[in-house]
Design a protein around this ligand. Structure first.
Ligand code: SF4
Length: 187
């Protein structure tokens, strides 16, 4: 006898933006629609050269399935990504390379520091290791741990999604944002 098909009734779909709804119509503003689309179609760039990268591989694989959040399309070209995930120990020699990759990303762009090394240098308090990537590029979300488990990476990703959703279309043109970039010597 065949078993009945079980459906998961807890699947969460992308939320409907605020607006006015009636029979057969919905009205909202452009900013909310753009935010909804951006939030649910992030293209991540994994910048991984050591152990934390392995955790990210698990995060993207079938069990944790990052694709559930619309982020299954890894982008290994900085020009086609929205979010860079820095997952590793960054040696000072590597810092200019990371910065160059960040500069090649188009706006709007977001940055996640994954793990203790990317966030603060981790256990490598040495002359050769950058003590946190926020010394060379601005960071939006820090994920603690050495290494962080895939659940923590997913949690960080959800926080990025919240930021993306809440960001107005004009933020990247604001004086505050220009000041932030200027603090990093970026025009
Ligand atoms: S935080 Fe820990 S696991 Fe991640 S790259 Fe550094 S040493 Fe490796």
């Amino acid at each position: 006898m065949s078993r009945p098909v079980q459906y998961n009734t807890h699947i969460k779909f992308a939320g409907i933006p605020e607006g006015y709804m009636g029979e057969g119509f919905m009205a909202t503003n452009l900013e909310k629609v753009v935010s909804l689309a951006r939030k649910n179609s992030i293209w991540p760039l994994p910048f991984a050269t050591s152990c934390c990268g392995i955790e990210f591989m698990a995060t993207a694989a079938s069990h944790y399935d990052l694709a559930r959040f619309g982020a299954e399309r890894m982008s290994f070209s900085p020009r086609q990504c929205d979010l860079i995930l820095v997952m590793e120990t960054i040696a000072k020699k590597m810092a200019p390379v990371l910065r160059q990759v960040y500069l090649q990303m188009a706006e709007p762009r977001w940055v996640m520091a994954v793990g203790a090394c990317a966030s603060s240098g981790g256990v490598f308090d040495t002359y050769s290791v950058l003590q946190g990537i926020d010394q060379v590029i601005p960071v939006d979300v820090y994920v603690p741990g050495c290494p962080p488990r895939p659940e923590a990476i997913l949690d960080g990703f959800l926080k990025i999604q919240d930021l993306v959703n809440a960001e107005g279309l004009r933020r990247r043109h604001s004086d505050q944002y220009k000041e932030l970039l200027a603090g990093y010597g970026i025009q």
